[in-house]
Write a protein that binds this ligand. Structure first.
Ligand SMILES: Cc1ncc(COP(=O)(O)O)c(C=O)c1O
Length: 443
């Protein structure tokens, strides 16, 4: 109880938290993050939410990315409803709906790497399918992933630290310091992948030169949205693309966060680098459970010919497909007006935070891509690689700031990320900056 007393939660919240403790092992998605006050949401409108005690909160987590239409968006919900009216209840399985074909066509139209598309339920699953496809396509065993990237909760991609010993084969090392560390992982989970720092082209080049013949896949986020919202160094992604092609390695850009949030063509269109495969999730259906693997026809063909199996009771679940059709239709409208709305509000929010922090004597770096950004307490600028940021950012200040924000009723996403919806209003923006001002003033 002492934790909850510290946070001054309301009486209904307290009661629900006590009932929850008896029947549930915590919240439905857990990382080893610091304990935060329970919130039971009963209503949402735009980027505001209300909890069971009637407390009003500003939500900059947006479900960790999916809710690009904010909460209670009438247009989105009505569009989903209209679509749902036409659906009789099939969990798709062996049968198909016209929506699947339409949505796959739309993804092929918009996403540079997409020649074919397979629908799944979660980003974690989509990543595992990509690994399996790449192994089958290349006949190789290993894959490469990067510090600060996240590709889901499954054993072989979750956490681990890259080995600082430059002479060692760069297998990830388990560390209890790692916020992604988990007990219960298979002992061999890290033995078929390498983990190296992101944004460091020499490390990738050396790895591919030494072990390229056994590497099937390089998987990365194009901007490190799970590790401080760092941007790729100029030329980095292009060189990654070249190296993968030269070594016969498939490149997957994981667009689970950036897809349909940075634009209809995702990060790959924005940065002008086309991978062989891509994973999508989160914003794809604007808040309903849907993921996709899109990519080269000759790779996805392995599914058609049954050389590679991917099964899933809820793959292309009709309700999620309806939500995705509504989402893409709304995103396409008026030549991408929804994205322009994000841009306008997000830059005002980022600049506002930067100015307020300076005024309170806290130098900050505010960086990100369309739809999501991070705030770091540091003098460094955007040009600094993630490793420098990790060394220089003041993490205890960040933790305290987060606590103060939550006390003010403003919820950033995990990893101190701020997700911006297409409907953030001027009033919500002003309110957010006011609460941030109070929190920074108290820091
Ligand atoms: C880049 C990236 N890939 C994959 C995943 C896993 O997706 P899911 O949580 O839907 O399994 C996430 C989730 O945050 C993600 O950010």
């Amino acid at each position: 109880m002492s934790q909850m007393d510290d946070w001054l939660v309301g009486s209904k919240t307290r009661e629900l938290a006590e009932r929850a403790r008896r029947v549930m092992p915590g919240r439905q998605s857990n990382l080893r993050a610091a304990e935060e006050p329970p919130v039971f949401v009963v209503r949402g409108e735009g980027q505001r939410m209300w909890d069971v005690d009637g407390r009003e909160l500003l939500d900059f987590a947006l479900g960790m990315g999916p809710n690009i239409w904010g909460h209670g968006n009438r247009e989105y919900l009505a569009a989903v409803h209209t679509q749902l009216d036409q659906i009789f209840n099939i969990a798709a399985g062996m049968l198909q709906t016209p929506n699947e074909v339409y949505l796959a066509e739309k993804i092929v139209e918009h996403v540079p790497c997409a020649e074919q598309v397979r629908f799944l339920t979660s980003g974690s699953e989509a990543v595992q399918l990509v690994i399996r496809l790449a192994r089958a396509f290349t006949g190789r065993t290993h894959f490469v992933r990067f510090d600060g990237n996240y590709h889901g909760w499954i054993d072989n991609v979750l956490g681990g630290r890259s080995n600082p010993d430059l002479g060692a084969v760069p297998y990830a090392i388990e560390s209890t310091e790692d916020p992604m560390h988990t007990e219960g992982r298979s002992a061999s989970a890290f033995a078929e992948s390498y983990k190296i720092p992101w944004n460091d082209i020499e490390r990738l080049e050396t790895l591919l030169n030494q072990h390229g013949e056994r590497i099937a896949l390089v998987i990365m986020e194009a901007a490190m949205t799970n590790g401080g919202c760092c941007l790729p160094r100029p030329g980095y992604l292009e060189r990654v693309r070249e190296l993968c092609t030269r070594h016969g390695v498939l490149l997957c850009i994981d667009e689970v966060i950036t897809g349909f949030r940075m634009g209809l063509g995702g990060a790959q269109q924005h940065f002008g680098v086309t991978p062989d495969l891509s994973t999508f999730g989160k914003a794809l259906a604007g808040g309903m459970a849907l993921a996709a693997v899109a990519g080269r026809r000759d790779v996805l063909e392995l599914l058609r010919t049954n050389r590679v199996v991917n099964a899933g009771t809820f793959n292309a679940a009709p309700a999620s497909m309806a939500a995705a059709v509504a989402t893409l239709t709304m995103l396409e409208r008026d030549d991408g007006a929804a994205f322009r709305r994000i841009d306008a509000k997000q830059s005002a929010l980022m600049e506002g935070i930067y100015d307020i922090a300076r005024r309170h004597g806290h130098p900050v770096l505010v960086q990100g891509v369309r739809g999501v950004f991070c705030v770091h307490f540091t003098e460094l600028s955007v040009a600094h690689a993630p490793s420098e940021l990790a060394r220089h950012a003041d993490l205890s200040k960040a933790r305290r700031f987060r606590q103060l924000l939550i006390q003010e009723g403003l919820y950033p996403g995990r990893g101190d990320r701020y997700f911006v919806s297409t409907v953030l209003s001027d009033a919500e923006l002003d309110d957010a900056l006011r609460r941030i001002d109070v929190a920074l003033g108290a820091l």
